[in-house]
Design a protein around this ligand. Structure first.
Ligand code: TXA
Ligand code: MG
Length: 321
C-alpha cells in the first residue's frame, strides 16, 4: 500500500504519472485521479484504487485541443466544432479510439472520451506528463465526487501515490460527455456545458433518450448504469418546503436555495446563495453530512435551467433514483 504524498508541484505530479503512478489533481469540474493511459499496469491500479467496475470507461485528458490525436484516431467534424467552442473546458467528446490507448481505459469500447481541462494546474501537469492521462473523478466508486483535496484523501489516502493539495474546483459537477462519433452529437452525461450551449454549435444535438439508465436497454455511456454520488445517509429530494413531512427519528441535514422552514430542525443546514454555488458545493455538502453522521439528507431539487439540469441529474443519482 503506497504512502500518499501531499504535493503542490506540477513537476512532481508529472514525474509520478510518467513512472506509472497515480496522482489526484484539481480540474475545473472535480478532482481527477490520473494514470498514464498508455500504461496498462497503471490503469489497472487506478481501477483497483477506485474500486471501479471494469465495464465503466475512463476519460482521457490531454493538454491542448491540438493533442486530441494522443487519444483518438479521428477528429470528427462535430467534435472539432464543439472543441473549438468549449475547449479547454468542461466538455468530453467521445471519438474513435487510437490503438495506443490501453483497452482497459475504454472498457473494451472502440471509442474514447477526450477532455482538455482549462484548470491551470491540470493543464500544466498534462503538459509536463507528455502522455494522455486517464482520469476519472477522484473518489471511491459510488461516492460523491471529490471537490476538495481533503475529500480526496478521505477516500483514497493510502491507495494512490499522491494528491495535489490545492483547492479551487470552480464548477463542482463533472464535464458534459458528448458522443461525436455519429451523424449527430448525443449528450451522454449532462454537465457544465448545457444542451442549449451545445445546440448553438450543433443544432441537431440531443440528450440520449435512455439517459435515465435502464437495465433493459443498451446504454452508450456504461458508467450511467452504476450507483453514483451516494453518501452513507439516505437522500430525499423535494421541490417546495410544503412537501416536507417531519421525520422525528432522523438526524437531519438540509441543503437548498431556500432556508429550511422554521418548523423543521436540522443538525446541518446549508443554503446556497446561487445555483452555481449549489452545484459547486453539492458533493462536499453530502460528504459533510456523512462526517456529521446525518441519517437523512433533505435536498431541494435544483431548477432545471443552466447548470441546474446537470445538478438535478446528480441529485437524482445521489438519491439512488
Ligand atoms: O469532469 C470530468 O469529466 C471528470 C474530471 C476529472 O475530468 N472526470 C470524470 O470521470 O467525471 P468519470 O470516470 O467519473 O466519468 C466518466 C464518464 C462515465 O459516465 C463514463 O461512462 C463516460 O464518461 N465515458 C467515458 N468514456 C466513454 C466512452 N468511450 N463512451 C461513452 N461514455 C464514456
Ligand atoms: Mg465519477
Amino acid at each position: 500500500m503506497p504512502t500518499t504524498q501531499r504535493i503542490t508541484s506540477p513537476q512532481a505530479a508529472a514525474e509520478i504519472l510518467r513512472s506509472g503512478g497515480l496522482v489526484a489533481f484539481p480540474t475545473e469540474t472535480v478532482f481527477g485521479l490520473g494514470a498514464d493511459a498508455t500504461n496498462p499496469a497503471a490503469v489497472e491500479r487506478l481501477f483497483e484504487a477506485k474500486g471501479r467496475p471494469g465495464d465503466n470507461p475512463l476519460i482521457v485528458h490531454v493538454p491542448t485541443v491540438q493533442h486530441w490525436s494522443l487519444a483518438a484516431s479521428e477528429l470528427t467534424p462535430s467534435a472539432k466544432a464543439l472543441l473549438a467552442a468549449f475547449a479547454p473546458g468542461p466538455l468530453t467528446v467521445v471519438l474513435p479510439k487510437r490503438p495506443e490507448v490501453s483497452p482497459r481505459v475504454t472498457a473494451g469500447l472502440t471509442t474514447v472520451g477526450v477532455r482538455v481541462p482549462h484548470h491551470p494546474v491540470a493543464a500544466e501537469i498534462l503538459r509536463l506528463a507528455g502522455a494522455p492521462i486517464a482520469a476519472p473523478s477522484a473518489n471511491r466508486s459510488g461516492r460523491p465526487s471529490g471537490t476538495t483535496w481533503r475529500a480526496v484523501l478521505e477516500d483514497l489516502d493510502g491507495l494512490v501515490d499522491a494528491v495535489y493539495c490545492e483547492d479551487g474546483v470552480p464548477i463542482g459537477i463533472e464535464s458534459t460527455v458528448v458522443d461525436c462519433c455519429g451523424p449527430v452529437p448525443i449528450v451522454l452525461r449532462l454537465g457544465a456545458i448545457t444542451i442549449e450551449q451545445i445546440r448553438t454549435i450543433e443544432p441537431e444535438a440531443h440528450v440520449q433518450a435512455t439517459f435515465a439508465a435502464r437495465g433493459d436497454v443498451p446504454v452508450a455511456s456504461p458508467g450511467l448504469r452504476h450507483p453514483h454520488y451516494q453518501p452513507r445517509a439516505s437522500v430525499r429530494l423535494f421541490t417546495t418546503a410544503a412537501e416536507l413531512a417531519l421525520p422525528t427519528d432522523e438526524r437531519l441535514a438540509y441543503c437548498g436555495l431556500e432556508p429550511l422552514p422554521g418548523r423543521i430542525d436540522a443538525a446541518l443546514e446549508k443554503v446556497f446563495p446561487s445555483l452555481e454555488a449549489y452545484a459547486a458545493g453539492f458533493y462536499e455538502f453530502l460528504r459533510e453530512a456523512d462526517r456529521q453522521a446525518a441519517t437523512l439528507i433533505l435536498v431541494q431539487r435544483a431548477p432545471s435551467e443552466g447548470i441546474g439540469a446537470a445538478l438535478q441529474d446528480r441529485q437524482r443519482r445521489a438519491a439512488g433514483k
